[in-house]
Design a protein around this ligand. Structure first.
Ligand SMILES: Nc1ncnc2c1ncn2[C@@H]1O[C@H](COP(=O)(O)OP(=O)(O)OP(=O)(O)O)[C@@H](O)[C@H]1O
Ligand SMILES: [Mg+2]
Length: 263
């Protein structure tokens, strides 16, 4: 399979009050198309910085990032803006949407701003409706963003991030602001999208979230300290009588590994 993301010798240094903070130190990894990878690690270890640096949201200090077949660190601002619009989707913990637009208009916005695939307005609208149906939020299309639940708003954010059919979806603690039920819902949607072929890289503090992924990278102090591969947890699991014990076993395995990592 082709690599969806290839990161070589990535470093990020912040300078604050004339002091140098080397947040990411020579990071190397590859994410193959179709993977679902979780990034874990202590607070302040550089997880969000890593996600921002490899997605084109921010510029690394050094290193190479191949995203959707482009070396994005050498792009100018305009090129980088195009990557953000067309080649990747980004989901935040604190869900951002424009207050003066309905849910559906928020979701449509990036597609109207993009000329990717040269879609007509009708095609864009049809794709939006299809996504909203898939994510189970058709009925809140015309709602104001304040008139929906946290889980619905995050599912709307996922729809918006998918409008331009990105090669990879990044998510920084996508369930961090949600209660347990809504978190399960959102993770179920992300898993289903991944099964259908969307590559996902997410950051999470939640062992249950990470245990649903096919690989976990553990970051400490700006370095990848360890990696855990897990068998794919497909939706087919739902039909198995011992679903709960399989999930418990995965979480136990992740928990033991996290203990080894010093979590
Ligand atoms: N824009 C910035 N300017 C200066 N320093 C920053 C900036 N963003 C992050 N840092 C510093 O970089 C380090 C890593 O921060 P980062 O947000 O990547 O950690 P994290 O692993 O995502 O933590 P958390 O789990 O709390 O979200 C911290 O020391 C932080 O203070
Ligand atoms: Mg963070």
């Amino acid at each position: 399979m082709a690599a969806a993301l290839q990161v070589k010798n990535l470093s990020k240094t912040y300078i604050t009050n004339k002091r140098q903070n080397n947040v990411l130190k020579n990071i190397n990894f590859t994410i193959e198309a179709g993977e679902m990878v979780a990034i874990m690690g202590p607070s302040g270890s550089g997880k969000s910085t890593l996600l921002y640096s490899v997605s084109g949201m921010d510029r690394p200090t050094a290193g190479e990032v191949m995203l959707a077949g482009k070396e994005i660190t050498s792009l100018n601002e305009k090129g980088l803006a195009q990557v953000r619009l067309n080649d990747m989707g980004f989901i935040f913990q604190q869900m951002h949407m424009l207050k003066n637009l309905s849910i559906i208009d928020n979701i449509l916005l990036p597609a109207y701003q993009s000329d990717k695939n040269h879609r007509t307005k009708q095609e864009i609208n049809a794709y939006c409706k299809e996504l909203m149906h898939k994510l189970g939020i058709s009925e809140i299309a015309e709602n104001d963003i304040t008139e929906v639940s946290g889980g619905q708003l995050q599912r709307a954010c996922i729809c918006r991030s998918l409008m331009n059919q990105p090669a990879i979806l990044f998510a920084d603690e996508p369930t961090g602001a949600l209660n347990r039920g809504a978190s399960e819902e959102v993770m179920g949607e992300l898993m289903r999208l991944n099964e259908e072929g969307t590559t996902i890289m997410l950051v999470s503090h939640d062992l249950k979230v990470a245990a649903k992924c096919s690989r976990i990278l553990y970051i400490v102090d700006g370095n990848i300290k360890g990696e855990l591969k897990l068998p794919r947890q497909g939706q087919a699991l739902k039909e198995q009588a011992d679903e709960k014990s399989i999930i418990r076993e995965r979480e136990r395995k992740v928990n033991n590994w996290l203990n080894d990592m010093g979590w």
